[in-house]
Design a protein around this ligand. Sequence first.
Ligand code: PHE
Ligand code: CO
Length: 301
Amino acid sequence: MNSQPPRRVDGQVERQQTDKGYVPVYTTAVIEQPWSEYSATDHDVWRQLYERQRALLQGRASQAFLLAQDQMGMTPDAIPRFSELNAVLQQATGWTLVGVEGLLPELTFFEHLANRRFPVTWWIRTPGQLDYLAEPDLFHDLFGHVPLLMNPVFADYMQAYGRGGVKAHGIGPEALVNLTRLYWYTVEFGLIREADGLRIYGSGIVSSKGESIYCLESDAPNRIGFDLTRIMRTRYRIDTYQKTYFVIDSFEQLMAATAPDFRPIYQQLATQDSYPAGAVLDSDQVFHRGSGEGWADGGDV
Ligand code: PHE
Ligand code: CO
């Protein structure tokens, strides 16, 4: 292990959107998790967030998510070691966690996913950032994204997305915009319809206290049935809760809907306008039409 913990590289020009704004991308190197350098405060932040979210997610997160998290053996006791999670994950679905400094350039990120490697930010937020952080940290990545990699269907979806990303990157920036919206409205902010009602599977939601409640219980946002091209045309929010959540019936539905070649879809979408984040269309399968209360006026991306 390095004696110096890896640090972010300052002065990077490239910035990427997150659910909280624009943040610089970091070095692309894969690094070993400097586990022994986590402080007691770091472990305590993990414990607090873990306990708070697990309690909140009973009855709100999808069964698949809660089950997968149990199966992984994550606990509140300490920040997990990537090496220990990898033993379980590799056995279950062949995925491997790799440590990184933070957000990666798009193509690097896609290539990891295409090879069933999931990049996890090694550092965790400070005690003053429990509710709000402008970029993904270890809690978002590990608690939010990693559990569903235990699910065989979702694990395959993530790899397919990575391959699709490499392909879209070669096609051009507009294709990438369309594909990124799909990621946003599924992997980060997706809802799933289960026997007892709507449940959360999106990582951006499960790692957020406020949005875990808001996405299901607030009257303000729309909740609309999954529709691939509709989603690929829909702008989104990066600095507020989402105005619209899209609901899948199953991960199998997601896999099947995204299996076709996207090239002709990208071509068609290039001639069409995008929809505002809060739009409701006649063709939508509406589970809930949002009241729009508290929505910010501009700022969809
Ligand atoms: N089928 C997509 C394509 O041809 C790839 C993809 C799969 C993208 C799953 C996203 C999710 O580009
Ligand atoms: Co994320």
